[in-house]
Design a protein around this ligand. Structure first.
Ligand code: ATP
Ligand code: MG
Ligand code: FE
Length: 347
């Protein structure tokens, strides 16, 4: 089965082609990606209307690129998958519209995919894929959740952020440090030159006893410290603040992930979403998990942030597992808000 996947939920346009295999994980045959980061940078964040318009411009050329890479003709596609939500409504509509038009034109079924399920399953495309069951730490720009995953479509929420997402905490702190948008990677680079013990920043909910997170208070603490630095442009102090901020976020994520492993009795942790690219987080999780005999799995670095491959993969795994059948209802809708555990119930 050849599955074309289209991602357009936010500021990345991605198209990819995967092929299901009789045994094992689907195989990635081709993928193309365009990030709108440069376009939105001037505005300090994603401008929804601009995002939608750019998806329209990019999506067909990217599809052609992915098909060419795979050496496949359009007619070879068996199923067209697209991100149905969550995300920006206008941006989602572009991907859904193109996918359903393509499906109708080729007389092929379509399948709407949950964006977070894409992130969650993306480590299956790595050279060393995990096995079910596992605990998943989903850390992206809009979400921070711990999940128990027993199989495709079998997701149980263990805990989540009650305010900002981890990626948001990185981005907002980076903005306060004058690092532009999206600041997560830039803050991580600056942190390399800093001393993480310099500033005592809060670790919200670290000892709350549950698996929830909170990052809004951290942002306020960073703001207070950043204000003190204004007027004294000392590069070392900025680096120290960046390192201290990263350390606070990483410590909470790591401690709660380990707690989730202990609570579930599982020994596999899967990390997905953009913040999963963070090196400090990987180092801390690797060390902590090794110490308790658990293993950590990550997506390939390039597949941590949004991409079409994870959408094609999630669709293929759902079809393969018989969790869902594609349909020929081309009157699509999108779900800008869509909790992942609701998907599990529907499956
Ligand atoms: P969602 O998937 O929740 O809808 P999203 O798709 O915008 O949100 P992703 O694309 O998964 O999120 O990830 C983007 C986030 O990851 C941004 O907040 C970005 O700053 C953060 N990020 C990416 N690389 C790093 C890094 N090396 N260190 C810290 N944060 C990072
Ligand atoms: Mg993005
Ligand atoms: Fe995402």
């Amino acid at each position: 089965l050849l599955v074309l996947g289209i991602e357009s939920s936010c500021d990345e346009t991605g198209v990819a082609l995967v092929r299901t295999r009789e045994h094992g994980v689907p195989e990635l045959l081709g993928q193309a990606l365009h990030s709108q980061i440069a376009m939105h940078a001037d505005y300090g964040g994603v401008v929804p209307e601009l995002a939608s318009r750019d998806h329209i411009r990019r999506i067909i050329p990217l599809a052609n690129e992915a098909l060419a890479q795979a050496g496949k003709a359009l007619e070879a596609i068996d199923v067209v998958a697209y991100t149905r939500g969550p995300g920006l409504a206008g941006a989602l509509l572009v991907g859904a519209g193109v996918a359903c038009a393509l499906g109708a034109a080729l007389a092929r079924p379509v399948l709407g995919v949950h964006h977070l399920e894409g992130h969650l399953l993306s480590p299956f495309l790595s050279a060393d894929p995990p096995e079910f069951p596992f605990v998943a730490l989903l850390v992206s720009g809009g979400h921070t959740q711990l999940m128990r995953v027993d199989g495709v479509g079998r997701y149980r929420l263990l805990g989540e952020t009650i305010d900002d997402a981890a990626g948001e905490a990185f981005d907002k702190s980076a903005k306060l440090l004058g690092l532009g948008y999206p600041g997560g990677p830039a803050l991580a680079r600056l942190a390399d030159f800093g001393d993480a013990t310099t500033y005592k920043l809060p670790r919200p909910l670290l000892h709350s006893g549950d698996l929830d997170f909170s990052f809004a208070g951290l942002k306020t603490a960073v703001l207070t410290q950043a204000r003190k630095l204004e007027g004294s442009p000392c590069e070392q102090q900025r680096a120290d603040l960046a390192a201290s901020t990263q350390a606070a976020i990483v410590e909470v994520l790591a401690k709660k992930s380990l707690k989730a492993l202990a609570q579930t009795g599982l020994d596999r942790l899967v990390v997905a979403g953009g913040v999963g690219a963070n090196r400090a987080l990987r180092e801390q999780l690797n060390a902590a998990c090794a110490a308790r005999g658990a293993r950590v799995y990550y997506p390939e670095l390039a597949l941590c942030t949004d991409n079409g491959a994870m959408i094609a993969l999630a669709a293929a795994m759902r079809l393969q597992g018989g969790v869902e059948a594609p349909n020929r209802d081309y009157a699509f809708d999108v779900k800008p808000r869509w909790p992942l555990d609701q998907l599990a119930q529907a499956a």
